[in-house]
Write a protein of this length. Structure first.
Length: 125
């Protein structure tokens, strides 16, 4: 495969031409083999002299996607209890935000302590 170089010039003018279908098919095959679009392949083929191999544009290697770990099956009852506690926590936070002036800190702390105790019980299961 040819060398990969970074190109600073971006194409700004469109050029079209008519070719026989078999020529187009051949060019498309060569562009695909070089892992380039047909237009990029054509640009670098036309600009290369006969003495020099075509210098293909710089291409970053494909990004590797991180391996996702398979989640272990969760107990549906446990998930439901945690969701219920999350809902309770949201209700306490909503109440405390809505009634800031009337909110009694001890009431909020008692509600949060009760939710914490429920979570500890669930975690011990």
């Amino acid at each position: 495969m040819a060398r990969l170089l970074k190109s600073d010039a971006s194409p700004s003018t469109m050029f079209s031409m008519r070719v026989p279908i078999d020529t187009l098919t051949t060019w498309q095959g060569e562009a695909k083999a070089a892992e380039l679009s047909l237009s990029t392949w054509m640009r670098f083929r036309i600009s290369a002299s006969d003495d020099d191999p075509p210098q293909l544009p710089f291409r970053h290697p494909p990004r590797k996607r991180p391996q996702l770990h398979q989640a272990s099956p969760a107990d549906p009852v446990l998930v439901a209890k945690i969701a219920q506690l999350g809902n309770n926590l949201n209700q306490v936070a909503r109440w405390a935000n809505r009634y800031k002036s009337a909110a009694d800190a001890s009431q909020v702390l008692l509600a949060l302590a009760a939710i914490e105790q429920h979570l500890n019980v669930i975690l011990e299961m």
